[in-house]
Design a protein around this ligand. Structure first.
Ligand SMILES: Cc1cc2nc3c(=O)[nH]c(=O)nc-3n(C[C@H](O)[C@H](O)[C@H](O)COP(=O)(O)OP(=O)(O)OC[C@H]3O[C@@H](n4cnc5c(N)ncnc54)[C@H](O)[C@@H]3O)c2cc1C
Length: 371
């Protein structure tokens, strides 16, 4: 796997827009490579000493999918295992557990390399809590929450060299600005304003919506397995989290108003899920209980932003959302881990996001050289 190569001979002052999964991961790798990092995140300060308070209380208004179903593909596990084993250890101590989805496929575990395909399973909030705790403990990372980045500014006397970013709490001088602001990133507009090349965006509407409800064991952690059932009107999936939590999600086509009104009703949601045999096995009302409302999410697209990483003064590395096959975070991390900054790049945004395999192959595996 490639390695992050911020030029080692000098300390790069790096400003990161966004302290979510990508921004925190990038910052950890950069700081451990000897570089100084300031992260700004516009959401309110995330307080709370444990994963349950992150789940219950963190105000992640900029990340609407924060409490949605999240599975993390094997490559995410591999990046942590190889590059940040201590963080993987923290994640396990926080309650994440290993799982293999290929175990269910007859003979798959005999294929070469299959042993590397284990995943970790936890709530997304737990992963973010762990990454944030690791970042806060890192001497070279200065995490400023409740601060919004607003624009880039150029170095004095230069029309091509980025000098840092403007934020709601003043300017931050930097040699490198990293965009990890997620799918609503404004960095294309910032680059255009600054006269820098703008990235190329590709977006495909999935025409699907999510209805998710969370369950938890009444007295003890229930034994729950990843289970997926294709129904004629929707896909129904159970995804295990950590600490006895698991999500149940209907993935349905947009525009089915009758289905939408039924699934948005918490009781009817549970009745519908319990009517599906393999799912019902995990929803015994004596053992597990539903929590909270039905979480709806629409306007789901698979997005890819490609820029000029490695091609001069500005590169783009823009983490955006993905929907299917658990690729969002894993692809992003793979990209981060493989990023080469050979010098000259000033605005690094980036990532690849989901979509189906051509995007995965093109953006995550082939465009970034392995070491
Ligand atoms: C419904 C849904 C389900 C998904 N399921 C999965 C899944 O199963 N597996 C998976 O791997 N991925 C999944 N994804 C994708 C995954 O959620 C994203 O890939 C992930 O959120 C990207 O993380 P990020 O850190 O790049 O961006 P984000 O999580 O969006 O974080 C961006 C951060 O930047 C901050 N920010 C934004 N603008 C500014 C600014 N101007 N100044 C300061 N801070 C700013 C925000 O506050 C936020 O903290 C799913 C996405 C959706 C929508």
């Amino acid at each position: 796997m490639g390695r992050l190569q911020l030029r080692q001979e000098l300390t790069v002052r790096t400003a990161v827009v966004g302290g979510g999964i990508s921004g925190l991961t990038f910052s950890l790798l950069a700081a451990r490579g000897g570089h100084e990092v300031v992260i700004v995140d516009r959401d309110p300060p995330r307080e709370g000493g444990d994963v349950e308070s992150a789940w219950q209380w963190w105000d992640r208004r900029s990340v609407p999918q924060f409490r949605q179903i999240h599975g993390f593909q094997a490559v995410a596990n591999a990046v942590l295992r190889e590059r940040m084993p201590d963080v993987l250890g923290l994640l396990h101590r926080a309650g994440a557990h290993e799982a293999s989805r290929i175990a269910a496929v007859l003979g798959a575990d005999t294929l070469p390399g299959s042993e590397a395909l284990g995943q970790f399973q936890c709530r997304r909030s737990t992963l973010e809590w762990v990454l944030r705790a690791a970042a806060v403990g890192e001497e070279r990372i200065d995490l400023r929450e409740g601060t919004e980045a607003k624009a880039l500014f150029m170095s004095a006397g230069s029309t091509s060299r980025v000098g840092g970013m403007r934020t709601t709490a003043g300017d931050i001088a930097a040699d490198l600005v990293v965009d990890a602001a997620g799918r609503r990133s404004q960095s294309a507009a910032w680059c255009a304003e600054a006269g820098l090349p703008t990235p190329e965006d590709v977006s495909v509407d999935t025409r699907q919506v999510y209805f998710t409800r969370w369950f938890r064991g009444r007295d003890s952690a229930p034994v729950v397995r990843y289970t997926r059932v294709e129904l004629s009107f929707a896909t129904l999936m159970i995804y295990p989290g950590d600490a006895g939590w698991f999500s149940v999600t209907f993935f349905a086509p947009v525009g089915d108003a009758g289905l939408r009104s039924m699934l948005l009703d918490p009781d009817r949601f549970v009745t519908a899920a319990r009517a599906v045999p393999p799912i019902a096995d995990f929803l015994d009302p004596d053992l597990v209980e539903p929590h909270g409302e039905v979480l709806f999410m629409g306007r789901l697209s698979n997005d890819l932003r490609r820029g000029s990483l490695g091609h001069g003064r500005s590169g783009h590395f823009e983490p955006t959302g993905h929907r299917r096959l658990d690729r969002g975070c894993g692809c992003r991390w793979l990209w981060i881990a493989c990023s080469h900054l050979s010098g000259g790049e000033q605005v690094l945004t980036g990532s690849c996001t989901g979509g189906d395999s051509p995007w995965l192959a093109r953006s995550a595996l082939m465009e970034f050289p392995s070491r």
